[in-house]
Design a binder for this molecule. Structure first.
Ligand code: PLA
Length: 427
């Protein structure tokens, strides 16, 4: 057998590897790489897929299923695909993505007749879905305001922490959820807003907060916006579930509209993963509202420059689907109907889960299941109870007790309720 040195000479020539190369070779190139921790959300899907049990239930990741538990391609998307078929130009999009898609996407967040859009005050680029939009913003924040921090709600979508960590933006937290009341900790939130240094960055969930399903009321949003004005804070809205809170995307943009009425300069991440079911197409948008058109041109050019060395330009197919749907009034109406259909099925499952638990004689209160909104139920189950559900009943959810209501169906709700009752009845 050839020695490692001989192999190295064969691969790297007479000079061999040099000192650094030899050291790397002696430990293997990646000898220092430890396995990464499992992702708290996507790791649940991996575990679910590996489980051979026929009874298994996945209420981990927030991916909508129909009442048979099947993934859904919306009718409006199918029609858009039919129209694309055969005509698709697969050339690169510009660095900033599809202009037509962005125009329609901004209307959803800022309003159909927004003056801000007409005045071209919004710097917007197509992003790799909501995650990519958040990451692009975090990198932009670091590049142009390197000393700034970001305030993140407790709890939040776990990936928010990773995103701002990898962008090297220091993180602070603010109070959001009250575990006893299973509602909003409004007093704690307002205190944190008041006590943060003037001009701080805050990450806000525009609607259908993940994981808690608890949103501020309209009145509370007005107070938050007012206090942001007093403190000159910057609001960055992550809007990953527009349409899933109320069934109506327009109503779900209310928090953003309140901030706009009050004259804030906001940032916004939008995603079509959930509300158009385009999960794997990775289509979304990052927008930054600027003081005037000139500033918006500059900001957009910088966002594009951040994108260029990372992925050059965003994918074309999903953007085309969105443009076709939103530019055709009939298809747009069909989309709105389908979003409402998804939201309504989830609301129905909230009622069913609660009723099932109550009819099993659970002495605990399950009112929060129907009070919470959006895709998730923040059940209050402990990590140990979740482990119990997974190990004994093959029910998969994140260890923070979040149940993706989008995965609950008429067929599995009884089984789920019974298992939850079993693991909670002694508590
Ligand atoms: N922001 C929030 C608050 C989210 O919940 C999610 C997705 C995203 C952004 C990003 O979605 P996108 O990049 O696919 O547009 N959250 C999911 C999936 C649905 C995930 O963790 O990636 C979840 O199960 O929480």
């Amino acid at each position: 057998m050839a020695s490692r040195a001989v192999i190295a000479r064969r691969i790297f020539g007479r000079g061999g590897l040099g000192v650094a190369g030899a050291r790397a070779m002696s430990t293997g190139w990646w000898g220092g790489v430890e396995p990464a921790a499992k992702d708290p959300i996507l790791g649940v899907t991996e575990a679910f897929l590996a489980d051979p049990s026929p009874n298994k239930v996945n209420v981990g990741v927030g991916a909508y299923r129909d009442d048979d538990g099947k993934p859904v391609v919306l009718e409006c998307v199918r029609e858009a695909e039919r129209r694309i078929s055969g005509n698709l130009n697969m050339e690169y999009l510009p660095m900033g993505g599809s202009i037509r898609m962005i125009e329609e996407t901004l209307k959803l967040a800022y309003g159909e007749n927004s003056e801000l859009i007409k005045d071209k005050r919004i710097a917007a680029v197509q992003a790799l879905s909501g995650t990519g939009a958040c990451r692009l913003f975090a990198d932009f924040q670091k590049r142009f305001l390197p000393d700034s921090q970001i305030y993140i709600p407790v709890p939040t979508w776990s990936n928010h922490h990773n995103i701002w960590r990898d962008a090297h933006v220091p993180q602070r937290t603010f109070h959001y959820y009250h575990p006893e009341s299973k509602g909003l900790d409004f007093a704690g939130l307002m205190d944190d807003v008041k006590n943060a240094p003037n001009g701080s960055f805050f990450l806000l969930h525009a609607c259908a907060h993940n994981p808690t399903g608890v949103d501020p009321s309209e009145e509370q949003w007005r107070e938050i916006s007012y206090q942001f004005k007093v403190k000159n804070h910057f609001a960055f809205f992550d809007m990953a579930y527009q349409g899933f809170a109320s069934g109506d995307p327009e109503r779900d943009a209310k928090a953003i509209r309140i901030f706009l009425e009050d004259g804030h300069l906001i940032g916004c991440a939008q995603s079509y993963a959930k509300n158009m079911g385009l999960y794997g197409q990775r289509v979304g948008c990052l927008s930054v509202l600027c003081e005037d058109e000139m500033q918006a041109v500059a900001v957009k050019s910088q966002l594009q420059q951040i994108a260029r060395p990372m992925y050059s330009n965003p994918p074309v197919h999903g953007a085309l689907i969105v443009s076709i749907i939103l530019n055709d009034p009939d298809l747009k109406n069909l989309w709105l109907k389908e979003v409402k259909g998804m939201a309504d099925r989830i609301i129905g499952m909230r009622t069913a889960l609660r009723e099932n638990l109550e009819s099993l004689g659970s002495s605990l209160s399950w009112e929060h299941i129907t009070n919470q909104i959006g895709m998730f139920c923040y059940s209050g189950l402990t990590p140990e109870q979740v482990d119990h559900l997974t190990n004994e009943f093959h029910i998969y959810m994140t260890r923070n007790g979040r149940i993706s209501m989008a995965g609950v169906t008429t067929g599995n709700v009884g089984y789920l309720a019974n298992a939850i009752h079993e693991v909670t009845k002694s508590s």
